[in-house]
Write a protein that binds this ligand. Structure first.
Ligand SMILES: C=CC1=C(C)c2cc3[nH]c(cc4nc(cc5[nH]c(cc1n2)c(C)c5CCC(=O)O)C(CCC(=O)O)=C4C)c(C)c3C=C
Ligand SMILES: [Fe+2]
Length: 417
């Protein structure tokens, strides 16, 4: 009989249970019997894996990120589809706090490599979500998918001032792991990479700490490494009509297989925090158009006061400058285009020149980057005074397919069938 236990359950077996595990091969991973919860009640709880949309998009943003981009190394379509099935099975378990494979880190045959790496033993689900995406390069001539490339997955244009490093940009596949515990996020990515051995190789990956956006009105707005509240005017999971209109791809968008999915743009944006830290408070606030304490518009008092670009300050000049970040990025100047931002702070050590290698790993989901991210970023790249302090060094664009409906379904089935 298969044992039903979580990662924590395995450690709680006691001597008798541990002896049983040691005596033979024990299936240590099955899904919970309870129906899934819509919102995790505590930071330890799981989010549901199955659903119409992938988790990790409107899911209330967790505090930690491990993002990975893969190159596919097999040229066999069937092997790629098989890998996505194996990844889906592992992801269904990992997100519920189970081990990656049915035998786990210590339940398999002693002469075989374990089907879980073990560093998350004893740790709860920690709100782990795993979200998969397909890069434009997957739709070249290797897998017979060229005819299925969605129009919205058109390559991003070159933006003024960007200094992209090809080795940390792009990729055939991506997986975004978000969790409240960094060890849980890293464990998940490591196990997916292990399962993919011989079929994919890691192209680049990025760790993030400190979410820089709220994706639910129940969450407080966090701060980015420039010290400002970030995510105030974000698309949020409660904005049901806007999500349907601006986040989820629909059948009529030109790629029926993407219906219920969304398009992901990533940008690794380095900040010269040392220069920023020597900039006056007034100038910092002018650059964003919001104050640093409350995150309120410069003409207002409270964070959620409506932005008014006609308001004037005591000097008779616009309270929010014509080139303020929030004005340049505002939907009213881009055909009402919204983004669902869910980025993270990063510090990748130091650069050897006495500066922190720090910044924002920008993540945004949307229905069509050609109408949403691209016009907003063109405007920011051209006129945003923030550009004096930031540099875009990595870029990614991925089509994230719809959610996995049930245990018989898999990530990307609609693309491969
Ligand atoms: C192309 C999209 C965007 C990039 C790239 C971007 C970079 C970036 N942003 C901040 C800090 C803040 N951004 C804020 C608002 C905001 N930013 C974007 C888009 C991009 N930002 C949008 C669409 C908005 C909302 C505009 C609106 O409707 O009001 C804010 C204000 C608080 C908030 O509303 O989130 C901050 C602060 C940094 C530091 C950065 C690059 C490093
Ligand atoms: Fe921004």
């Amino acid at each position: 009989m298969a044992a039903r236990m979580s990662r924590r359950g395995l450690l709680g077996l006691g001597a008798a249970g541990a002896a049983a595990v040691g005596a033979g091969v024990v299936a240590a991973n099955t899904l919970f019997d309870e129906p899934p919860v819509a919102h995790a009640a505590s930071t330890a709880d799981p989010f549901p894996f199955y659903g119409e949309h992938q988790a990790g998009i409107v899911t209330p943003s967790q505090d930690r990120l491990h993002f990975v981009s893969f190159d596919v190394t097999t040229d066999k379509r069937a092997e790629l589809a098989e890998l996505l099935q194996e990844w889906t099975a592992a992801a269904a378990r990992l997100t519920q706090g189970e081990q990656a494979g049915p035998f786990g880190a210590v339940g398999g045959a002693p002469e075989a490599a374990p089907d879980d790496t073990g560093e998350a033993l004893g740790l709860p689900a920690s709100g782990l979500t795993l979200t998969v995406g397909f890069g434009g390069s997957l739709f070249d001539d290797r897998f017979g998918l060229a005819g299925k490339r969605p129009p919205a997955l058109a390559d991003l244009p070159k933006f003024p001032g960007e200094q992209l490093i090809p080795e940390i940009s792009g990729g055939d596949l991506c997986v975004q792991a978000c969790a409240h515990d960094p060890q849980v996020a890293v464990h998940a990515i490591r196990n997916l990479a292990r399962i993919g051995f011989g079929k994919v190789s890691v192209r680049w990956s990025q760790l993030g700490f400190g979410r820089t956006s709220s994706t639910s009105r129940a969450q407080a707005t966090p701060r980015n490494l420039m010290g400002f509240k970030d995510g105030t005017a974000n698309l949020k999971l409660e904005d049901t009509d806007l999500l349907r209109e601006q986040l989820w791809a629909a059948r009529e968008d030109g790629a029926a297989w993407m219906a219920g999915g969304s398009y992901l743009v990533t940008r690794k944006i380095r900040m010269t925090v040392e220069t920023w830290d020597r900039t006056s408070l007034a100038e910092q606030e002018q650059i964003f158009g919001r104050n640093k304490g409350e995150g309120a518009p410069l003409h207002g008092k409270k964070e959620f006061d409506t932005l008014d670009f006609d308001a004037v300050g005591p000097d008779g000049k616009p309270a929010i400058a014509a080139d303020a970040h929030v004005r340049l990025a505002h939907p009213s100047f881009h055909g009402n285009a919204h983004l669902l931002r869910r980025g993270y702070n990063f510090v990748d050590g130091s650069d050897g020149l006495g500066r922190l290698d720090a910044g924002l790993f920008f993540i945004a989901y949307q229905r069509d980057p050609r109408k949403q991210f691209v016009p907003v970023q063109l405007s920011l790249a051209k006129d945003d005074p923030l550009n004096e302090y930031i540099k875009h060094v990595s870029s990614g664009l991925f089509a994230c397919p719809p959610g996995v409906r049930d245990a018989g379904d898999y990530w990307g089935r609609t693309l491969f069938e």
